[in-house]
Design a protein around this ligand. Structure first.
Ligand SMILES: NC(=O)C1=CN([C@@H]2O[C@H](COP(=O)(O)OP(=O)(O)OC[C@H]3O[C@@H](n4cnc5c(N)ncnc54)[C@H](OP(=O)(O)O)[C@@H]3O)[C@@H](O)[C@H]2O)[C@H](O)CC1
Ligand SMILES: [K+]
Length: 492
């Protein structure tokens, strides 16, 4: 992949515009298809050199064209190749794809006649970026037959049936062991379930200049340090502890203090200079018994908080983990909207019936506020957006950030970070083991530490999600929330 395209995500519509712009700049589109198909053939031979038969499934568009190029290249290498086409290829194909078909000099059998055998390797060139509706019954049946047989599938551009914009399945989809895509990742490779159906992803440079890809691409990004390392490098770990930021984490009552302490420990490990747990009187003793480097302060009600907030050195706040759902959470959060705040868990749920109040306050308060909902919490705060099936998870997070005027971390195995200004990134470095009790509390603490150190909300959130994922990878498969805290890698 071209290095400058490493973190760029291209939607199918943008890819079509890129193809057009490439053709208008004089680039030979058939040459691009040839490079695409040859890259697929090379990958197939490298990955599965011992297949008894390469079964190439060709669709009615340019994805199918890539398939015919790959089939010809495999046959030229002496491999046993069988081609199956959806519909009548002579009638359906035009342009480059038809030219590629005519260069294939073997038989083309109807897709429905395919009987997969063990020893087959399937090259899926049915549908790629041009999938525009649910798959027809005949294709669904073939996909189910192949998935059930368990033969390896290598997908060209996208596993057929996966929507390249949303990652959603259009009735059925191949579960590919590998996907070979071109120039840049597509959102459907990163968003679930598309991510798990794509298998190992290989991004091949087929020669479209990076400037054309960048010019036509929108702002959707993969979450990598390139997005926030500038902001991170301004933080100097050797500076005075107050300048490294003072983070406050609110504790719940006596029965629910662990989550706040986990957030606080994560905040300290992630670089906050000072961390204080703000605890109700009822939980002071139990918190005091378990805190060492983290400080403790009694905060019972609005007045206590209002008084304490006169201290402008309090840099950022985490409200939500174990806090308890109710008006007290709302009152505290509304008081903090003009500061740097991570609103998590119960802090989010508390606003289910009072969301406009929160959003109106956030619209006028000039704070740096990050909300970190998982799917259920997201649906409580943004029910209309959550229900809109036309939107991808990326667009849902963007819409939520827009109406709430906050940075949204829409959590899941495919966490999306969206800024109120439209910036958006999809995270991909989190291992599945990260879905463990207390993991969200740790994330809130890391993001809080970044806010306390002065990072802007979007960058603080994106860096937090990335470090959380990296900590998960370092902690390994048996991780617990505690080992996650001790595995947080340095920032930058
Ligand atoms: N620059 C690049 O990245 C290059 C990519 N290449 C490959 O081209 C495809 C995209 O090709 P495109 O022709 O735009 O789209 P597809 O081949 O994926 O599919 C379009 C055809 O499929 C029909 N279609 C769509 N959905 C369905 C469905 N559910 N059921 C039946 N038929 C469907 C569609 O028919 P319409 O009636 O909607 O027009 C089209 O006939 C990309 O993925 C790459 O693999 C180039 O080869 C190299 C450059
Ligand atoms: K495909």
């Amino acid at each position: 992949m071209h290095s400058s395209l490493h973190d760029v995500l291209i939607t199918p519509a943008e890819m079509a515009a890129i193809d057009l712009a490439a053709a208008q700049s004089g680039i030979d589109s058939f040459l691009l298809m040839r490079r695409a198909g040859l890259a697929v053939a090379a990958a197939v031979l490298r990955l599965f050199p011992q297949a008894q038969r390469y079964v190439v499934l060709c669709g009615p568009g340019n994805n199918g064209g890539d398939g015919y190029v790959a089939a010809s290249a495999l046959a030229e290498c002496g491999a046993n190749v069988a081609v199956f086409a959806f519909g009548d290829p002579a009638a359906a194909l035009s342009g480059d794809a038809d030219r590629a078909r005519q260069l294939w000099d073997g038989a083309i059998d109807p897709l429905a006649s395919l009987v997969p055998h063990l020893g087959d390797v399937v090259v899926d060139a049915l549908f790629g970026a041009g999938l525009s509706r649910d798959l027809p019954e005949q294709v669904v049946q073939v996909i189910e037959r192949i998935n059930a047989k368990g033969v390896p599938v290598i997908a060209v551009d996208l596993p057929s049936g996966v929507d390249g914009r949303t990652g959603q399945i259009r009735r059925a989809a191949f579960a590919a062991s590998h996907t070979i895509t071109f120039m840049a990742r597509k959102p459907g490779h990163l968003l679930l379930p598309g991510r798990s159906l794509s298998g190992a992803l290989d991004v091949v440079d087929i020669g479209i200049p990076a400037r054309i890809v960048q010019a036509q691409g929108g702002g959707w990004r993969l979450n990598t340090p390139a997005l926030w390392s500038d902001q991170a490098s301004r933080l100097d770990a050797s500076t005075h502890k107050f300048r490294r930021g003072h983070l406050v984490v609110f504790s719940g009552g006596a029965q629910a203090t662990g989550a706040a302490r986990l957030s606080a420990a994560a905040g300290l490990a992630a670089g906050a200079g000072l961390v204080t747990v703000a605890s109700p009187k009822s939980a002071l003793d139990i918190n005091a018994a378990q805190l060492t480097a983290v400080m403790l302060r009694e905060i019972d009600d609005r007045q206590d908080l209002e008084h304490w907030l006169r201290d402008t050195r309090l840099g950022a706040f985490v409200l939500g983990p174990g806090f308890g759902v109710g008006d007290r959470a709302c009152d505290f959060a509304l008081q903090l909207c003009d500061r740097a705040l991570v609103l998590d868990a119960d802090g989010i749920t508390s606003f289910q019936e009072r969301r406009s109040e929160l959003f109106e306050r956030l619209a006028v308060a000039a704070g740096r506020v990050v909300m970190t909902p998982h799917e259920g919490e997201f649906a409580r705060l943004f029910p209309e957006i959550a229900r809109d099936e036309k939107l991808s998870k990326i667009e849902k997070a963007q819409a939520a950030a827009r109406i709430s005027h906050a940075t949204i971390v829409y959590k899941g195995a495919d966490t999306v970070i969206a800024g109120a200004d439209g910036k958006v990134a999809v995270n991909a470095n989190a291992p599945p083991s990260l879905a463990t009790a207390g993991s969200g509390d740790v994330l809130a603490g890391i993001v809080g530490a970044h806010l306390a150190q002065g990072m802007p909300a979007f960058e603080a959130a994106a860096a937090g999600v990335w470090r959380h994922g990296a900590a998960g990878a370092r902690a390994g498969p048996g991780l617990t929330a505690e080992t996650l805290v001790t595995s947080i890698p340095p920032l930058g």
